[in-house]
Design a binder for this molecule. Structure first.
Ligand SMILES: Nc1ncnc2c1ncn2[C@@H]1O[C@H](COP(=O)(O)OP(=O)(O)OP(=O)(O)O)[C@@H](O)[C@H]1O
Ligand SMILES: [Mg+2]
Length: 322
């Protein structure tokens, strides 16, 4: 089956440490050799610590940045570096930045229609905008108010309504609940889960919080220092993590009944300007061997649908039993 979204061997280098003439003396590897596919209606969670390259990958997927190398395909077509792909909408962490404070909610939600030259009467516009607001749990009274009159969670709902106005097949959600209180986070995640079911929306759901990602995603992809380190169905990844980094991320998630076999990830992530030799996780890894310090682990399918980049992962699984 053709993927709705396919990211093929994408790399993003940013110039760093400019000299007196502004020429880069180093290159920061924000994303390095990432491939990913998302099928229609599928929600893929992208998780990893701050700075591992999640937002960069999200911007590349949405065409807001052109990668240094690699291809992004939408429905089979090469759309690398092209924003505005019909059917793909991005929702950001801080909706207040994305919502123009001088516009009413009706204007904000209708913007994708008007931008595409859709002709509609004022009554039609208000009716359709109100229907979208209802879908995200806001009432019609919101139409004539300005973004500042709403709470963070409500603004996030407005941002989602605006994205829905473009009739997307996929949302790229970048840390959309991170700035919200935990109770509000759950409401917005539940809204996204409902939209996934009702509209058959695919999503790339980006978060540093594995607990949030687990709740919404069918598949989880774990990123570390610009690279993928583990991928698999959500339930498998969370109940039987293969990579020591995923195990450490999970250990940080408080959950009754989940074995706490590992300590949360220790130490700071190395700089993407000077990644370690061998496996990029080895300086923080409890299983690191001489091989890990010298040799980058290959991205391999350890069992059908379960991918990992770790020299020691298989041994670790057998140690812990089925
Ligand atoms: N435009 C840019 N120019 C230079 N470096 C950048 C740029 N954008 C991102 N970076 C660097 O690339 C790396 C990855 O950044 P990115 O924002 O993608 O991480 P992230 O996983 O989204 O982090 P967070 O969880 O904090 O949002 C970081 O080291 C960051 O400093
Ligand atoms: Mg980010």
């Amino acid at each position: 089956m053709k993927a709705l979204l396919a990211v093929e061997d994408v790399r993003m280098l940013y110039p760093a440490r400019p000299d007196a003439w502004g020429r880069p003396r180093a290159w920061l590897h924000a994303v390095d050799g990432v491939s990913l596919r998302v099928d229609a209606g599928e929600v893929v969670g992208l998780v990893g610590e701050s700075g591992c390259g999640k937002s960069t990958l999200g911007r590349i997927v949405a065409g807001l940045e052109k990668p240094t190398r690699g291809v992004v395909r939408w429905d089979g077509l090469d759309v690398t570096g092209r924003a505005g792909t019909p059917g793909l909408q991005m929702v950001f962490q801080d909706s207040s930045g994305a919502l123009d404070p001088r516009w009413t909610v009706a204007q904000i939600v209708a913007e994708p229609w008007l931008a595409r030259g859709r002709r509609m009467s004022r009554a039609e516009l208000r009716q359709e905008a109100a229907a979208l607001l209802a879908e995200v749990g806001l009432d019609e009274g919101a139409l004539d108010r300005f973004p500042h009159a709403f709470s963070g969670g409500q603004r996030q709902r407005i941002g989602i309504a605006r994205a829905l106005a473009a009739r997307p097949r996929m949302l790229v959600c970048d840390e959309v609940v991170s700035a919200l209180d935990v109770s509000v986070q759950a409401l917005v995640v539940n809204l996204l889960a409902r939209l996934r079911g009702e509209r058959g929306l695919a999503m790339v759901f980006i978060s540093h919080d594995l607990a949030v990602v687990e709740h919404l995603s069918q598949r989880i992809v774990v990123m570390y220092l610009g690279r993928l380190v583990e991928e698999g169905p959500s339930r498998d990844v969370c109940s039987r993590p293969l990579h020591p980094y995923t195990q450490a991320l999970l250990a940080a998630v408080p959950e009754p009944g989940r074995p706490r076999s590992r300590a949360p990830v220790q130490g700071e992530a190395p700089s993407p300007l000077a990644p370690p030799t061998g496996c990029p996780f080895h300086p923080r890894c409890p299983l690191a061997s001489a091989r890990c310090r010298a040799e980058m682990p290959a991205w391999r399918e350890s069992s059908p649908g379960r991918w990992v980049a770790c020299h020691e992962a298989a041994a670790d699984v057998s140690q812990r039993g089925p």
